[in-house]
Design a protein around this ligand. Structure first.
Ligand code: 1HE
Length: 278
């Protein structure tokens, strides 16, 4: 089964092709019930991100059918992604460089502030633009062999896929500076302490975990998922007074939804599961 690794249980291993127009050969789209799976499928180039792949990522996340409630993003081969396709970094002038960065910004915005929550499943190298891509997702599942790096410093370039905006929010400016200045790498486990890794799993088990989480997320109401992925990060950046006001509005909108009312009723009438420790 393309895009599926060992570790998936039999009842889960049923993804089918998801038909999305104009996807490049470097991307594969699949569907497993109410979740969509996007696979970086250029393992011979370590899933290096060329322009057509970046445009394809934007196409995928803007074309998801309404019936999809969450997405999983992962990579074929030994590595999640080697970042920017360095063979495309030709003689760009400043204007073209800004446009190229804008292309990445637009595509990754469609992940972070797109239609559905996104779970990135990581393994091997998650470097440069590959780390910027992973940082745009809402949850990161890292197989234990994952390593994070920002080799831009040593290549004489700079992040351009939103890394300066998203990564300091996850790991802080000082850590990002160190990674870029010295080429320091971090493991999946270290990433968990720092805020890059959300879950650590054994090698080969990432996709199954990512799909399990995405299915759970897709079972939330669409309005709650919107509040969590779109309102929460914006409220967190507001001055407290504005944040409290927007939170009050968001929470009143969410609880007024018919689906919320029926879920609360289910709990009160003992039909819904209780919260349990894992
Ligand atoms: C590539 C790329 C790439 C591999 N662009 N072609 N990113 C980097 O600086 C990371 C560069 N890549 C590496 O350090 C290594 O390739 C890896 C550690 C990721 C994997 O090593 P390995 O031994 O498994 O593979 P490899 O033999 O190095 O690479 C296999 C092929 O992929 C080879 O091509 P081939 O034609 O010789 O087979 C490599 O040239 C090719 N390849 N990585 C192009 N990145 C929006 S701004 C973002 C800025 C950045 O992302 S900067 C960081 C760039």
């Amino acid at each position: 089964m393309p895009g599926i690794k060992p570790g998936m249980t039999a009842e889960r291993a049923v993804p089918e092709t998801l038909s999305i127009k104009n996807l490049p050969a470097s991307l594969k789209a699949q569907r497993d019930g109410d979740i969509a799976i996007l696979t970086l499928a250029r393992p011979q180039k370590r899933n290096a991100l060329d322009d057509e792949t970046i445009i394809g990522i934007e196409t995928f996340f803007t074309s998801l059918p309404d019936s999809v409630g969450a997405a999983v993003l992962h990579g074929e081969g030994e590595h999640f992604s080697a970042g920017l396709d360095l063979s495309e970094l030709q003689e760009r002038d400043i204007r073209q460089g800004i446009a190229h960065s804008g292309l990445w910004h637009r595509a990754f915005e469609k992940i972070q502030f797109g239609k559905v929550p996104v779970v990135a499943v990581l393994h091997g190298a998650v470097v440069g633009g590959g780390l910027e891509l992973a940082a745009a997702a809402h949850i990161r599942v890292a197989e234990r062999n994952t390593y994070y790096a920002l080799p831009e410093g040593s290549r004489g370039i700079y992040v351009g896929g939103g890394g300066s905006v998203r990564l300091p929010r996850l790991i802080g400016v000082a850590r990002m500076m160190d990674m870029m200045l010295t080429g320091r790498t971090y493991s999946a486990d270290e990433g968990q302490t720092m805020g890059l890794t959300t879950y650590v799993v054994e090698p080969g088990a990432g996709l199954a975990k990512g799909i399990e989480l995405a299915k759970r997320i897709a079972g939330n109401t669409a309005l709650t998922n919107f509040a969590i992925t779109q309102a929460l990060p914006r409220i967190a950046e507001m001055p407290p007074g504005s944040g409290f006001a927007v939170e009050a509005l968001m929470s009143s909108i969410a609880q007024a939804d018919g689906e919320a009312k029926s879920r609360l009723k289910d709990f009160l009438e003992k039909r819904a599961p209780k919260v349990k420790p894992v």
